[in-house]
Write a protein that binds this ligand. Structure first.
Ligand code: ZN
Length: 427
């Protein structure tokens, strides 16, 4: 397929947006210039619209999307207990339709790649492939005595990796769940699994105070120091949340080339009481990225909502308006993820993978100019302003229509599933 994006304001790698045409041939950005003079199968008029690299949601649990609102407004411990209670009874079909619901929302709101953590990732992979979204699917590894999975989570993870290795759009990865749900041996074995298959791996880290206190009590070390001593850290590790980290821990993260994922909406909604210290992380060489967490915690899968809040929280807390300007936040959700995921993507450059979104400049976002386009995207836009989403050169979402998803069926199935869960919680 060929797609020609005409006359849009392109967000460039050097953060000097320009009015340009962009031509996609097969799955690659083939030409960017002021006027592309080739015939194309498909032309999108991007006048008064922003053309951005696709957003990368670096932390979510997409199969939980049909649990949205069921875990609202609970103390953290009750949230976990209720979530685990539902996890234990979910069927494959429920994971599959929950994933489709989440993927539909992500595509509609400009996410072209997501990184997931859950069990039953085969169902997520099936939904992702049908929808045409790019995905990194982390099979959750939890200690054998704590898991709701059938069989040994570590073996399940390895078998999942073997099943999907080499797939074009799906990359299977290990996902040790957290330092409170994995024992020392589970963590070491998870890292070993990632090493053997040369894969990124992901973990929840320092998400709440309790987790930090418990490990300090048990190991006499803070979470990052504990993982460093285990040999768990590397430049392939993607650590989600990392909100309770000291300056020493940030330095260790930077020295090991870690990627951190900031999830401000989820952290605030779960009342975790903090947010990742992004300014210090950048200063010390941590690769900063953004995520939504699940729709059961953050309630929406909107990267632009998380991008805006990521910037505003730091400005407000520091009483310093100059920190985290839009261009830096755009890198967090487009370019930086690919430093760890390792593909030529996340930038609008000839030869890069064609994962692209077109964002409309509607009333309220006027005037849209080349010199304010980044500000309009981060401070004035929401995911609902996304008009087209292109993944791997294919137009997978355009103005309410999906190429690979049947929205009516997804809605109907998920309403039934939601009602079943609601009665289970209330019983
Ligand atoms: Zn999470």
């Amino acid at each position: 397929m060929q797609i020609l994006l005409k006359n849009g304001i392109l967000l460039t790698e050097d953060h000097v947006p320009k009015k340009m045409d962009l031509f996609i041939d097969d799955n690659i950005i083939s030409q960017i210039s002021e006027r592309v003079g080739v015939e194309s199968d498909y032309v999108i008029n991007c006048e008064n619209k922003i053309i951005s690299p696709g957003f990368v949601n670096m932390h979510t649990h997409v199969a939980m999307t049909n649990m949205r609102t069921l875990l609202d407004d609970m103390p953290f411990s009750r949230f976990l207990d209720t979530g685990f209670k539902l996890d234990a009874v979910r069927t494959d079909e429920e994971l599959y339709f929950g994933s489709k619901l989440g993927i539909a929302e992500m595509l509609r709101k400009g996410t072209t790649t997501f990184l997931d953590m859950y069990y039953g990732e085969d169902m997520v992979a099936k939904a992702a492939q049908e929808a045409g979204i790019r995905s990194y699917l982390g099979w959750s590894i939890v200690n054998k005595n704590q898991t709701t999975q059938k069989g040994d989570p570590l073996k399940n993870a390895e078998q999942f990796i073997q099943r999907f290795r080499g797939n074009d759009l799906v990359t299977p990865i290990p996902a040790p769940h957290g330092i409170y749900s994995c024992e020392r041996d589970d963590l070491i074995a998870s890292k070993d699994l990632a090493d053997r298959y040369d894969l990124p791996y992901t973990i929840h880290l320092s998400e709440n105070r309790r987790e930090v206190y418990d490990i300090v009590k048990k190991e006499k070390k803070r979470p990052v120091e504990y993982l460093d001593a285990l040999g768990f850290l590397s430049n392939r590790l993607i650590a989600a949340h990392t909100i309770y980290v000291t300056l020493n821990e940030i330095k260790i993260m930077g020295k090991n080339g870690l990627t951190a994922v900031n999830n401000p909406v989820s952290n605030m909604k779960l009342a975790n009481g903090n947010f990742a210290p992004l300014v210090e992380m950048v200063q010390h060489g941590v690769n900063v990225t953004l995520g939504t967490d699940s729709a059961a915690t953050g309630n929406s899968l909107d990267m632009l909502e998380n991008a805006k809040l990521s910037s505003l929280l730091q400005k407000n807390y520091r009483e310093e308006g100059s920190v985290l300007p839009p261009h830096q936040v755009i890198d967090f959700m487009t370019k930086n993820p690919w430093k760890v995921l390792g593909k030529n993507a996340g930038v609008l450059r000839e030869g890069a993978l064609a994962d692209i979104v077109v964002v409309g400049g509607e009333v309220g976002q006027v005037p849209l100019r080349t010199d304010n386009a980044e500000s309009i995207l981060i401070y004035s836009s929401t995911g609902n302003d996304v008009e087209q989403t292109i993944v791997n050169g294919k137009l997978v979402y355009s103005e309410g229509k999906y190429s690979g998803l049947n929205i009516d069926e997804i809605r109907k199935k998920n309403e039934e599933i939601f009602d079943r869960y609601r009665s289970l919680i209330n019983s």
